[in-house]
Design a protein around this ligand. Structure first.
Ligand SMILES: [Zn+2]
Length: 409
């Protein structure tokens, strides 16, 4: 649809005051100044940063200051820069493990309105004034995702119906009836498409840390719609980045967040195009500024220019979590999610198991259940990972609840 529009870039031009001087370099310099100001502010107001003032404000050469999810879990209130009565919303994120403490993230009203300010241009790629959007994400309160989308969309005269997560498919179908755009998590939207194939949203926005391409294709073919993806998490203040109509990586919320990609072991920034860990600094946040926060997400900046003509680096589709990813010596990385995308796209692959050995060249051994041609499998994998040595054999695969690539010594 509106492939040439640069809603997020234009918003950044305005927010940063860089105007027509906006380039990747000028933006990064502007962000570094904002992060510096936020570091000084945080070191003055929050116990966590005050206790690590030296490391934060004047690190030794080669040293890098980072905060982790574990730091937040341990003492979330130590990150607070305002008095608790100024906090408008606290989000508790449960831990996947059984023993770990949940993560708590605090926001002031101003912090949340800054998120709505990003949603306005972000949603412009997939909506038009006069339309209706149904949101299948949490939205009871004003400052929830649904509530903030409502505020953001009202500014462009778009109506919002906040349904909340899908529990009952019939109710969800009714809520989606007549909507021009649906916003939801991938699994639930895939389920709704199967249950209500006659719906005809023009666009769907999927949010969630990993969006399988198989879900995108299913929605496009059943609903005949255009699917957009969003990247973000509670820690970024929900919003993080969104695809434009060229569907070539996330245009980032650069006026509020500085995003970097680091090598997970050395902490050094990696060159553009190299995979690493996504780190962000939420320098615009007043309540609980997270600075140099390691997300545990695997990402990279897209090496190619975007079809919309935007000049800023975009985050490529996030590949999943560090703990499930193997970094190859040639700068590539591989995960079970990515292998799923490649292999399950082949009709002849019913199931498979994967092992990877690095010493130092990487060899991937696959056991394929089904009747796919081994040469075709090798060819498909080489398209994505040209440096891998591939061995394919056929056989019955053990069913595992949690699948992963087995690392061989
Ligand atoms: Zn673009």
């Amino acid at each position: 649809m509106k492939k040439q529009e640069q809603y997020v870039d234009n918003w950044i031009r305005e927010q940063t005051g860089l105007g027509s001087a906006l380039t990747a370099e000028n933006l990064r310099a502007w962000q570094q100044e904002r992060v510096r100001e936020a570091e000084i502010y945080a070191a003055e107001h929050a116990a966590f940063y005050r206790d690590r003032k030296e490391a934060l404000l004047s690190p030794e050469p080669g040293q890098h200051f980072f905060i982790t999810a574990e730091d937040i879990r341990r003492r979330p209130e130590d990150f607070l820069c305002v008095s608790p009565k100024e906090i408008a919303r606290i989000i508790t994120i449960p831990t996947s493990g059984s023993t770990g403490r949940p993560k708590r993230i605090f926001f002031t009203e101003e912090d949340l309105m800054v998120t709505a300010d990003f949603f306005t241009p972000g949603m412009a790629y997939m909506t038009e004034p006069g339309q209706l959007v149904t949101v299948f994400m949490e939205g009871e309160q004003v400052y929830s995702i649904g509530g903030l989308l409502r505020i953001a969309l009202e500014r462009r005269e778009i109506s919002t119906r906040v349904h909340g997560f899908v529990h009952d498919l019939k109710e969800a179908e009714q809520a989606a009836q007549g909507a021009d755009c649906l916003v939801g998590v991938p699994g639930q939207m895939a389920l709704l498409a199967k249950a209500a194939p006659k719906l005809r949203p023009k666009t769907v926005l999927l949010s969630g840390d990993y969006v399988p391409q198989s879900v995108v294709r299913r929605l496009e073919s059943i609903w005949e719609c255009e699917v957009f993806q969003h990247w973000g998490m509670t820690e970024t203040g929900y919003g993080g980045g969104v695809e434009c109509g060229a569907h070539c990586g996330y245009h980032l919320r650069d006026a509020d967040l500085m995003i970097e990609i680091i090598h997970p072991e050395t902490g050094e920034s990696v060159p553009n195009g190299t995979w690493g860990e996504v780190v962000f600094s939420a320098f615009a946040r007043k309540g609980m500024p997270l600075l140099h926060y390691r997300t545990g997400d695997i990402g990279r900046f897209c090496p190619d220019a975007c079809g919309c003509g935007g000049v800023l680096p975009r985050l490529d589709k996030v590949m999943g979590r560090i703990e499930n990813t193997i970094f190859l010596h040639n700068g590539d990385a591989i995960s079970i999610h990515q292998l799923d995308e490649v292999l399950f796209a082949l009709d002849g692959v019913h199931d498979y198991a994967a092992k990877l050995k690095q010493n130092p060249e990487a060899t991937l051994s696959l056991t394929i259940e089904g009747d796919a041609d081994p040469d075709m499998i090798t060819e498909f994998i080489h398209k994505k990972w040209s440096g891998l040595e591939i061995r394919v054999n056929s056989g019955i695969v053990e069913r595992k609840r949690k699948r992963s690539i087995v690392r061989e010594k």
